[in-house]
Design a protein. Structure first.
Length: 275
């Protein structure tokens, strides 16, 4: 699947795909064309059977400074003559729903997604990283649920996903105060797994982790993410039942499981095909 965008680029390194936020002159502020390109870039990576894990990272000085306020609010204020406020509001809600779906495409991606963060990660940047499976950061990173500070209620995923990552007290503190926190605090409260000294070091560690994940049997990795996703809305009992059936009809019957057994017995590295 071909993909082309002025604001997002994709790069493939073996079995790892990197989705680059590539609007460095605007510090990767999310304009409408920018966020609309996110699910398309993910689809292009998912369509490549050789890609088994994904990194999301930003070009330039910052990961993402949030939504493009100039474009977002100037364009939103333009209402055609004769159009009622009700119709205008419905159109705005439709636009918000599309924005939410674009960010949710990160969470819904069947492949593991690792956010590699540096510099500012503000507002919509938090929406993006909370939709990723794993987050690591460079020491110069800072984070803020910035919407509250400018008079908005965050509505693109932060308030839904952050409570699944942090405890209630930390969520409330960040969301109510809109304060900036540094990488050390983000690591302490569990927003990121690890902190590294530079962006280069962070990206290298993200790549190493992505390659480690990609080296595992693809069906087992995808199935594990699928079960984690499904378990969010199930009771433990429901999830256990589904998990048992899902494993029985997929990975337990896979060629890759047989390959694991043969490779172990023959004392050689396994070669997984995802079948």
């Amino acid at each position: 699947m071909d993909f082309s965008s002025d604001v997002i680029t994709i790069e493939k390194t073996g079995a790892v795909g990197t989705l680059w936020l590539d609007r460095p002159d605007k510090f990767n502020a999310l304009s409408e064309p920018f966020w609309l390109a996110i699910p398309e870039a993910l689809k292009a990576l998912e369509a490549d059977s050789n890609i088994r894990s994904i990194i999301v990272a930003g070009r330039g000085k910052h990961f993402c400074v949030g939504i493009d306020l100039v474009q977002g609010f100037i364009d939103a204020d333009k209402r055609p003559s004769g159009e009622s406020e009700a119709v205008s509001n419905l159109k705005q809600l439709q636009g918000t729903s599309k924005f939410q779906a674009a960010i949710s495409s990160l969470a819904e991606c069947p492949l593991p997604v690792i956010a590699v963060i540096h510099g500012h990660c503000l507002g919509a940047g938090i929406d993006m990283i909370t939709a990723c499976d794993i987050r690591i950061a460079s020491a110069d990173s800072n984070f803020s649920v910035r919407e509250t500070r400018i008079g908005l209620v965050a509505d693109v995923g932060t308030l839904q996903r952050l409570p699944k990552i942090l405890n209630a007290g930390h969520v409330a503190e960040l969301a109510y105060s809109a304060k900036d926190i540094n990488a050390a605090r983000a690591e302490k409260i569990g927003l990121v797994n690890d902190v590294y000294e530079s962006f280069e070091a962070t990206y290298a560690e993200g790549m190493a982790l992505a390659q480690e994940i990609a080296a595992n049997p693809p069906m087992a990795v995808r199935g594990t993410k699928f079960m984690l996703q499904q378990s969010e809305t199930m009771t433990t009992e429901q999830s256990l039942l589904m998990n048992g059936m899902f494993t029985m009809i997929t990975s337990l019957r896979s060629n890759d499981l047989q390959e694991s057994m043969h490779a172990f017995a023959e004392k050689r590295p396994p070669v997984y095909t995802g079948t």
